[in-house]
Design a protein around this ligand. Structure first.
Ligand SMILES: C=CC1=C(C)c2cc3[nH]c(cc4nc(cc5[nH]c(cc1n2)c(C)c5CCC(=O)O)C(CCC(=O)O)=C4C)c(C)c3C=C
Ligand SMILES: [Fe+2]
Ligand SMILES: [Fe+2]
Length: 355
């Protein structure tokens, strides 16, 4: 079988110029799986309020993390591409949900290298299922695939939040940070609106409706972001023997006024020193590549909030990036899927946009 691989992530602006940040935010926030309002209301909100006010501040934030080679998210994605390419024979490239390179650019590039290609395996670089991350990446890749009569098919690696290889890689990346004394390991995930959790629940009666919904077995969990984040946290914390009372769980990056998943990371970082947590280790498992949300929001803003509130040490664990165990985990999934050995493929997304 002639195959190729695409590592698909979220994307970044082309530069830190306000006009480029505006273009990026407009594409991102006009996605109906991100701001899930009717088109007219979404356009009024996004184009009339959010983008004009947010873009200058976002541009400033991007400037603090930008590298000579560009956005950390894109630079690291290319490093991941090169690292994976060393481990597998199939051609590997990257694509982004927003901005460049698009999936279509990636398809055309791979097809040029191999006109007989029969299949592209897409790895959405998200451990957890959310309509605003995993689902929109998959649906956009499919949409772009339909636009031309491409001769190959697409398959998608499923969310890997509970896969042993991912949990092991993440645990080993955290381990060196636990050698020093710590009061808490805070697992901080990108937040999403609570409404998205309700929309993704195929039973319509489990998520956020049953007490301790994420801890009670349910078919809803295949699409429940909160459950999947909860599972990652406890699998990793168990592996690292982190005592229950030293495990923190929170959600960052809230946008707008709707209720998002709680507790909010910024609030917890403010409260924790008063609760006696002075030395904190922070890990952001929803991201496999360092980006604005880890480097600036946690590494700069989060650190400042915690230390200002009386915290003494703030140790941020880098994302998996090109950690050898993470790269070999992806290589193993791809190889085993190719040999028909492994059920790593997601057949259907929840299709929230049509719900
Ligand atoms: C980990 C998965 C992600 C989910 C789920 C997600 C949901 C989500 N995000 C926004 C709004 C913004 N996110 C922004 C940046 C950003 N988000 C993710 C990942 C997820 N988002 C990443 C990897 C990044 C960093 C991109 C980079 O270039 O480094 C931003 C842009 C920056 C800013 O202005 O703060 C916005 C806006 C919403 C509304 C949402 C769910 C509804
Ligand atoms: Fe985001
Ligand atoms: Fe749940």
């Amino acid at each position: 079988m002639k195959r190729a691989i695409i590592l698909m992530n979220l994307g970044s602006p082309d530069s830190t110029e306000v006009k480029d940040v505006k273009r990026y935010l407009d594409e991102f926030l006009m996605d109906e799986r991100v701001i899930d309002k009717p088109w007219l209301l979404r356009a009024l909100l996004v184009k009339g309020i959010i983008v004009p006010f947010r873009a200058p501040n976002s541009a400033k934030a991007y400037k603090t993390i930008w590298t000579e080679k560009g956005s950390p998210l894109i630079v690291i994605s290319k490093e991941q591409e090169r690292a994976l390419q060393k481990e597998i024979e199939e051609p590997v490239t990257i694509a982004m949900r927003y901005g460049n390179p698009s999936p279509m650019m990636a398809y055309d590039l791979l097809l040029q290298k191999n006109p007989d290609m029969e299949e592209i395996v897409v790895v959405p670089m998200y451990p957890h299922y959310a309509m605003s991350s995993y689902e929109t990446a998959v649906e956009y890749a499919k949409e772009q695939h339909k636009k031309k009569a491409y001769p190959f098919r697409l398959t998608f690696i499923k969310p890997f939040y509970d896969e042993e290889d991912y949990v092991e890689a993440l645990s080993q990346s955290i381990q060196p940070h636990l050698d020093k004394e710590y009061d808490q390991v805070l697992f901080s995930y990108h937040g999403i609106p609570e409404r998205h959790i309700l929309k993704c629940d195929p039973t319509g009666k489990h998520c956020l409706k049953v007490d301790n919904c994420c801890e009670v077995p349910s078919p809803a969990h295949d699409f429940c972001y909160r459950h999947q984040c909860w599972v990652t946290t406890h699998l990793v914390a168990d592996k690292l023997n982190i005592p229950k009372e030293k495990r923190g769980f929170s959600f960052q990056s809230r946008l707008g006024r709707d209720p998002w998943l709680q507790p909010y990371t910024a609030v917890r970082l403010q409260e924790l020193p008063n609760e006696g947590v002075k030395k904190i280790v922070v890990v952001c498992p929803a991201f496999v590549s360092d980006c604005l949300e880890t480097l600036e929001e946690m590494g700069e803003e989060g650190r400042e909030i915690f230390l200002h509130a009386g915290g003494e040490s703030f140790d941020l664990v880098p994302c998996l990036n090109v950690h050898p165990l993470w790269i070999s985990a992806m290589a193993k999934w791809i190889r085993e899927y190719g040999q028909g050995k492994r059920e790593m493929i997601l057949n259907e997304t929840k299709q929230t946009a049509q719900a």
